[in-house]
Design a protein around this ligand. Sequence first.
Ligand code: SAM
Length: 282
Amino acid sequence: MILDRTRVRASFARAASSYDQAAVLQRTVADQLLDRFQWVVIDPCRVLDVGTGTGYSLPQLRRRFRKAEVIGVDSAPAMLAVARARRGLWRKSPLVAADGERLPLAGAGIDVIYSNLALQWMDPVVAFQEFRRVLRPGGLFAFSTFGPDTLMELREAWAAVDDRPHVHPFVDMHDLGDILVRTGFVDPVLDVDRYTLTYEKAADALRDLKRIGAHNAVTGRFSGLTGKTSFQRFVDAYETRRRDGRLPLTYEVVYGQAWCGTASNDNIVRVSPSAIGGRRRR
Ligand SMILES: C[S@@+](CC[C@H](N)C(=O)[O-])C[C@H]1O[C@@H](n2cnc3c(N)ncnc32)[C@H](O)[C@@H]1O
């Protein structure tokens, strides 16, 4: 999948003012991801939040790592502007407009990279290589991202209309584990959780996605307007999913943690990708 980065930035720029009202799932997942730090022993000097958006996690990261400088990075300056407007936040956390795949940082200077629901907008191989570069050996990478079942109801409903990509394909947990190992991370731990939001109407689900900036940005997508007939066929297909009077929308969330290896780890595969354990919960 190749993403149109200009479109990604433009979508988040447009969504910056509505993001916080609609990002209920994003905050729930951030809280879960932050909670997982209680199981690790690390005393970082520098923490990076990649794809910080409107900065929801920054105060919590500062509270968790009291001695650390916590830096927020995002490719959409409009999202950072909302983060900056949060009282007091800008004074304590530097906010940097930059692409997570090309961080304007020297190598091996970061102790913890945290990223909540932003990696699905990046190429994981490129991003993990870049994170490995800026993390110090022994540094921690903690992330959440979406797995393949995310928005499956919309993907399947659109498939009844045409064969164009309307919903992004998302990377599987085992492939992410494989990429972590190949890019020099060690001891990866990954797990998956599923969340289902429900809506009264199909249009409500689509409006929510728009308000968080989640537009289709796959290169080669159909860029014209969807005709009324096609949209109605999509709605009819989605309606077959209705249960207890509501339309479900699934999010499969992959949580991951891994440690940055040393140079001597580079050619040593310490964990077989197929042996990476996973647990699925409902
Ligand atoms: C769904 S939001 C999540 C924001 C925040 N982490 C949260 O939990 O609310 C995804 C964020 O990733 C940012 N993003 C997308 N692609 C990026 C990239 N290549 N580099 C840095 N940030 C990126 C978007 O601008 C957006 O703010």
